[in-house]
Design a protein around this ligand. Structure first.
Ligand code: SIN
Length: 495
């Protein structure tokens, strides 16, 4: 059966989102774009159009900001317990409807169903975590050191927030912004990626159904992201921007956010080094490397971008890793047993193919994969490269796909210097049984996060974020809610 016959075999994952909810979610309604425009959403595994959604323009973006601004005072004054209950209800609804949401994620994004199910769990957990945080927002009270007056600190919601979310985790990246914002008492406008707007619309629908008040969660789908987001950031009512995406776009948004001195959270690009020491448990290192490289088909800012293996175990690690990569099955993410789904679009496949060609031109050898398949769909096979020279473009750029360059190293100092030789500082991974080496890498790697003997660090209860040009701020954990709170300090005389 060809991929084009796919929907007949799975039933239609689109039935979960009624046509009336494929429109803009603004205030208490679902509406068409003011100009009446729509755009097509594609199944990246077949190239078929699966839905048309509203293509918002600036008028619609500002209507969403009107709605968010109108709802702000009441939402901020809503008792934390009530806000918490609504977040818990969202967590429960997402969990109960996990399968249908996962199928929609796979349909529009391409990842295998097992990964989409994991994303629903991951995304839902942000609602559970921040439901618990909503009732634990604390200020402080103390006497000034010299006596005479009191110091009171009062946390307050920052106000209407604009969220720009990526296509690689259509649910979870929105969830980890919306959940803490609501917990803190902020209202929101989310602009999901044009490739994957459906999951965010479904989330808005779920939140409407559980009783989140109108105006608190607004969703604006658009192909005109630049003009719509610029208008939102230029409007003095917006108080916060949170963005997940590339460092390049992040820089542009930061410049725009500067005009109104907005609070910003930026989750930007990564270039993770994964370091396998000779003393590592190689089974653990292989499992960790497979997860760190292949979770989400490598389409993640925390994906291992460069694998450094200490010379004594290079040969064994490389052979075993290549064997595992070569054994992965590629196909439509909704098919049983598929481990590698379609990449997001043709441009992504072309970019990855060019990175592989560049490395090969500079002397790299392909052990597995490396051949772009014919269509339909946007596929690239799991690929392992060795002898990749340090000037290969893929060692500087985010690969964002299933391609693993393996290099060797001979000393901790050498590999630390090579791992840190990047503008990025999101995450690193190290595999070693030697506690001293684990600590040396923890202290020496310039990253916001580190996996030690594990290839998965993402966790709603942990502070996710980078240093250097990988971003500003943290998402998840207790730190995540602080991003949505301003602090008023009152100096109080008690005559
Ligand atoms: C990302 O790729 O942007 C985030 C990945 C994650 O949260 O695990």
């Amino acid at each position: 059966m060809s991929m084009l016959d796919a929907p007949a075999r799975w039933g239609d994952p689109m039935t979960v989102l009624a046509p009336g909810h494929r429109r803009l979610r603004i205030g208490d309604g679902w509406r068409d774009a003011a100009g009446g425009a729509t755009f097509a959403v594609e199944d990246p595994a077949t190239g078929r159009t699966v839905a048309e959604v509203a293509d918002a323009d600036v008028v619609d973006g500002l209507a969403a900001l009107d709605a968010a601004s109108r709802a702000t005072t009441e939402w901020a004054a809503t008792p934390p317990r009530r806000r918490s209950e609504l977040l818990t209800a969202t967590y429960r609804a997402l969990t109960e409807r996990s399968e249908e949401i996962a199928r929609l994620i796979t349909l529009e994004m391409g990842k295998p169903l097992a990964e989409a199910r994991a994303e629903v769990t991951y995304g839902a957990e942000f609602f559970r975590w921040f439901a618990e945080e909503a009732v634990r927002v604390e200020g402080s009270y103390r006497t000034a050191p010299a006596g005479g007056y009191r110091i009171l600190t009062v946390p307050k919601p920052v106000g209407p927030c604009v969220f720009v979310t990526p296509w690689n985790f259509p649910l979870a990246m929105g969830a980890r912004k919306i959940a803490p914002a609501l917990a803190a008492g902020c209202t929101t406008i989310t602009k999901p990626a044009a490739q994957t707007p459906l999951t965010m619309l479904l989330l808005a629908r779920v939140m409407e159904e559980v009783g989140v008040p109108p105006g608190v969660v607004n969703v604006v789908t658009t192909r005109r992201a630049g003009e719509v987001v610029s208008a939102l950031l230029a409007d003095g009512r917006t108080r916060k921007l949170s963005f997940t995406g590339s460092t390049e776009v992040g820089r542009t948004l930061l410049r725009q956010a500067a005009d109104n001195v907005l609070r910003t959270s930026m989750e930007l690009g990564g270039n993770a080094a994964l370091i396998v020491c000779a003393d590592a448990d190689l089974d653990v290192a292989l499992d960790g490397a497979m997860v760190a490289k292949m979770r989400n088909i490598g389409e993640s800012c925390v994906a291992a971008n460069r694998i450094y293996v200490e010379e004594p175990v290079r040969e064994e690690f490389t052979a075993r890793f290549a064997e595992r990569m070569g054994a992965l099955s590629m196909g439509h993410g909704l098919d049983d047993g598929v481990q590698v789904g379609a990449l997001i679009d043709g441009a992504s496949v072309t970019r990855i193919d060019a990175l592989v060609a560049d490395a090969v031109d500079r002397g790299a050898r392909v052990l597995v994969g490396g051949e772009r398949p014919d269509g339909p769909g946007h596929f690239y096979p799991p690929t392992v490269l060795v002898d990749v020279p340090d000037d290969a473009r893929m060692l500087k750029a985010e690969i964002f796909g299933p391609v693993a360059p393996i290099m060797s190293f001979t000393s901790d100092e050498e590999v630390l210097a090579r791992a840190n030789d990047t503008e990025h500082g999101l995450v690193g991974y190290v595999f070693t049984r030697d506690l001293r080496r684990a600590l040396r890498f923890t202290e020496g790697l310039d990253t916001g996060m580190l996996g030690v003997n594990r290839g998965l660090i993402s966790d709603p209860s942990a502070p996710f974020g980078g240093v250097k040009q990988s971003g500003i701020g943290r998402e998840g954990a207790h730190e995540g809610i602080l991003e949505y709170l301003d602090l008023t300090y009152a100096a109080i005389d008690l005559p």
